[in-house]
Design a protein around this ligand. Structure first.
Ligand code: SF4
Ligand code: SF4
Length: 168
């Protein structure tokens, strides 16, 4: 994954894709989830996360209390010690987030705590969440971080616009 090219592509495409996503606040195709699932299948034929890791480099996962307990145990640390060393509590949400970016557990584009990583990391980029249009804001925010999300929204846009054209 060429992240320099991705950044340029993301910058150029973000405005039209954000505008497209906003349309789902007004009208949603009845087969929206089927369109998104098909597009998502195609995305993963083109994207290999092991060559990217941009989420781990530019974002923080949310660490739930269960994540903290599990990861601290794996590292033979007490949960409080783990929190003090690596995390801070976000004022607005009360969520535990990484102090550091890129993530301290990223080495050579690989997660060194993969088997016990936060659930948020395991589910990212959350393309499976339904209904698709309930997560417009998440997709919009992730357009600048995740090449898979950028491609997903491009594919969904192309499919939906084809359909809208066909229906006049
Ligand atoms: S989820 Fe997105 S940002 Fe993270 S590694 Fe995969 S393509 Fe890159
Ligand atoms: S815990 Fe692992 S998967 Fe999650 S952000 Fe850090 S390096 Fe990436």
């Amino acid at each position: 994954m060429d992240l320099v090219k991705f950044k340029a592509r993301s910058k150029a495409k973000r405005a039209p894709l954000t505008e497209f996503l906003a349309k789902f606040d007004i009208v949603v195709p009845p087969d929206m989830d089927a369109i998104a699932s098909k597009a998502n299948e195609e995305v993963w034929k083109e994207i290999d996360c092991t060559t990217c890791a941009n989420c781990c480099k530019t974002m923080s996962p949310t660490f739930s209390p269960k994540d903290i307990k599990r990861i601290a145990a794996h590292l033979q640390m007490k949960p409080n010690e783990f929190k003090e060393k690596y995390l801070y509590k976000e004022e607005e949400t009360g969520d535990w987030m990484n102090k550091q970016q890129p993530c301290q557990f990223l080495e050579n584009n690989m997660c060194t705590i993969y088997d016990v990583r936060p659930d948020d990391c395991a589910g990212f980029p959350h393309h499976h969440l339904k209904p698709f249009d309930m997560y417009n804001d998440m997709y919009r925010d992730n357009l600048k971080h995740c090449p898979a999300t950028l491609l997903l929204v491009e594919k969904v846009k192309a499919a939906v616009e084809r359909k809208w054209d066909m229906n006049g």
